[in-house]
Write a protein that binds this ligand. Structure first.
Ligand code: CS2
Length: 492
């Protein structure tokens, strides 16, 4: 049996932080692959800031991380080659579902200066129509009456309350999920929770706690045995929890930290007040287009994003949704080279050494698409233009996760996990028009769900995918496309 990765067996030259961190300044909720290939990598390069990792439910990563002395490897993969590093920045790991009170205590500890979050879009318990806290969410209902909260919003809120009533030290809550205005939204959700709980700490939180907005970016697939074997080749020891990642990485955030922060700029993080523009660029051009590639790809039998993107009809649809429908909805920061950015996106989606799966990007569409599709779609609808490829995105998603009777979307679509799958599945027996109308009402903000023309167009694409296949639907969208006209230059 080969040796396990730990402080004794790790090849020292691969360690980013060469000593065990002396204290825990950051409590991080969401110990998935993304955090471990992104924020943890930046933190390891930024000095002596330890991270306590909190897994939400599964003990797999937390147990392995503890057994490996807080170590794991990041396996960087590209067609040019592969390499591995070991950040070495975690001081331990716990599982929230096993011990919610320990999570509250860790966030409330005096030494904790930042609580950061990658709990995915559905970890925030938002009402899809209003984007406010879902006060009827069973977890929120329970947390409003319990000292051992089960939701992330409940855990952070109760911990802030505890800080307020004990040592009173400020803290930063840093959302690192793909949500628009992620810091501002988190602040609103936490204040809503505290006010609904009649907590006297609400005003203290509003004053003392900062919630910087941030944009995070790195493509990070799920770990498989093939990645573990590749990491073993480079490490010479076994790492049960290696994280595969692309070489590209980007992090842009507001510099509003109430109790200090690591020098993340040493690792290339950018601090700016103009985060919203970067968030929109990332959420729409990358994530929005990614969703379309994933759903079209899965319906076309493609296992990975690079295989999907290599199909001419998908490359065309990706270019169309990006150029005609997402890009015009964004005001670019001064000096931003959008052509180079778009070219780099297509290159990143072509990384076949990474093999990012369509199933992974297609997972959780009911909570990802509301962050990506509605505002750009409404903007065009207001101008009298039908956003054909956004309608196709929604139709392809529905065909993947709520296939109508007699339609088999294939194995990659079946493998997509979606919190709304069962709820929406009950709608599959009706006509496409009914299915789409009810599904949009459950998932999207009211304004989009009530756009009859949009709902009608999505339903048409659902019907075409079902009877003639995804390629026929993409051909129809290409024929109906309204290419974006850049605004005319002002008259001299
Ligand atoms: C993807 C993202 O799964 C998805 O929806 O679009 O996880 C994407 O890979 C990352 O945001 C890249 O930074």
């Amino acid at each position: 049996m080969s040796a396990i990765l730990n402080r004794r067996s790790v090849p020292q030259h691969l360690l980013t932080l060469d000593h065990r961190p002396s204290s825990t300044g950051i409590v991080h909720l969401g110990l998935g692959n993304f955090h471990r290939a992104h924020q943890a990598v930046y933190t390891a390069q930024a000095g002596d800031w330890g991270i306590l990792g909190v897994a939400s439910r599964s003990a797999t990563v937390a147990d392995a991380l503890n057994a490996q002395d807080g170590l794991y490897s990041v396996l960087e993969l590209s067609p040019e080659g592969s390499s591995v590093t070991v950040p070495g920045v975690h001081t331990g790991a716990i599982v929230a579902a096993h011990d919610p009170a320990a999570v509250v205590a860790a966030i409330a500890a005096e030494d904790t200066r930042i609580v950061s979050l990658t709990v995915t879009e559905h970890g925030y318990c938002m009402d899809p129509s209003s984007h406010r806290l879902a006060l009827d969410h069973p977890g929120i209902v329970a947390d409003l009456n319990s000292p051992a909260p089960v939701t992330v919003i409940g855990q952070v809120s109760r911990a802030l309350e505890l800080r307020a009533t004990t040592h009173g030290r400020p803290l930063t809550v840093l959302n690192c999920d793909n949500m628009q205005s992620n810091g501002t939204q988190t602040r609103a959700l936490i204040l809503e929770f505290l006010r609904a709980a009649n907590s006297p700490a609400a005003d203290w939180v509003a004053d003392q706690i900062t919630f910087p907005n941030s944009m995070v970016d790195r493509i990070v697939p799920a770990t498989t045995d093939a990645y573990r074997a590749a990491a073993y080749e480079l490490l010479g020891v076994d790492d049960r929890i290696t994280v595969p990642a692309e070489p590209f990485t980007m992090w842009v955030m507001e510099d509003r930290f109430a109790a200090g922060r690591p020098a993340w700029e040493r690792a290339g993080a950018v601090f700016t007040d103009d985060v919203e523009a970067y968030e929109l660029i990332k959420l729409r051009l990358l994530n929005g287009t990614h969703s379309l590639i994933a759903y079209l790809g899965a319906l076309d039998g493609r296992a990975t994003i690079p295989e999907a993107r290599a199909q001419d009809f998908i490359e065309y649809a990706a270019g169309a949704v990006l150029q005609d429908e997402y890009l015009p909805s964004i005001t670019l920061p001064n000096g931003f080279d959008v052509e180079a950015y778009v070219e780099s996106l297509f290159q990143r989606w072509s990384n076949d050494a990474l093999g990012h799966r369509t199933q992974q990007v297609g997972t959780d569409g009911s909570v990802k698409l509301p962050q990506r599709v509605p505002l750009p779609a409404l903007r065009l609808l207001d101008q009298g233009v039908m956003p054909e490829h956004l309608a196709l995105t929604v139709a392809a998603w529905l065909c993947c996760v709520v296939p109508m009777p007699g339609f088999d979307p294939g194995p990659h679509a079946h493998a997509m996990v979606d919190p709304a799958r069962d709820r929406l599945g009950a709608l599959a027996d009706g006509k496409p028009q009914e299915l789409v109308r009810k599904a949009c009402a459950q998932v999207f903000p009211t304004q989009l769900a009530q756009s009859n023309e949009f709902v009608q167009r999505v339903a048409e694409y659902v019907a075409v995918i079902r009877t003639d296949g995804v390629r026929a639907a993409a051909r129809q969208a290409a024929r109906s496309r309204t290419p974006h006209q850049p605004p005319a230059p002002p008259a001299a």
